[in-house]
Design a protein around this ligand. Structure first.
Ligand SMILES: [Zn+2]
Ligand SMILES: [Zn+2]
Ligand SMILES: [Zn+2]
Length: 167
């Protein structure tokens, strides 16, 4: 089953508010200054609901007239990862992509290695299988984010579109 692309707006907003609270509490607990810049980076990720890389976030903010340095974006992503508010994913590019984690179900990413299309899939069967595999190997399943690479099929034909985003 594919996750709805446009989740309930109100629900999304609640998740964002909760994520902000968690982030503020994390920074406070680690004696860090809770700067507006850091909150802006968090909001950008939670509002887009997509898989962005650090540079994309930097460019999006810049276009909005928000001058936040690349270093701050990278550092903030690091902090957000440490407090489990974002997950890192590998889309087969040379850099890491990030996505929101709070209130998001564990899912699988199926990525077209030709054009870069990404589809998110949530599957209870897969979660059960992973749980069993973890158990059999002496683990309790935590969270997961999986990537599978393939070629998308359009009209029975394998994708032939070049991916221009894989630099
Ligand atoms: Zn990328
Ligand atoms: Zn494709
Ligand atoms: Zn995802």
């Amino acid at each position: 089953m594919t996750r709805q692309p446009s989740q309930n707006r109100k629900e999304n907003n609640e998740k964002l508010v909760q994520a902000e609270e968690l982030f503020k509490a994390y920074m406070k607990g680690n004696a860090m200054r809770c700067t507006t810049e850091r909150i802006i980076v968090l909001r950008e990720i939670y509002k887009t609901g997509s898989h962005l890389d650090a540079d994309e976030i930097f460019v999006r903010l810049k276009r909005k007239g928000l001058s936040i340095s690349r270093a701050t974006v990278y550092h903030t992503l690091d902090l957000l990862f440490k407090c489990h508010l974002v997950t890192k994913i590998d889309l087969g590019h040379k850099h890491t992509h990030y996505e929101k984690a709070h209130g998001v179900a564990n899912h699988l990413h199926i990525i077209c290695e030709q054009c870069g299309k990404v589809v998110e899939v949530t599957s209870n069967e897969l979660a059960e299988l992973l749980e069993k595999l973890c158990e059999a190997n002496g683990f309790a399943l935590g969270s997961f984010s999986l990537q599978v690479f393939g070629k998308c099929i359009d009209d029975g034909k394998e994708c032939g579109k070049e991916n221009h985003q894989s630099e």
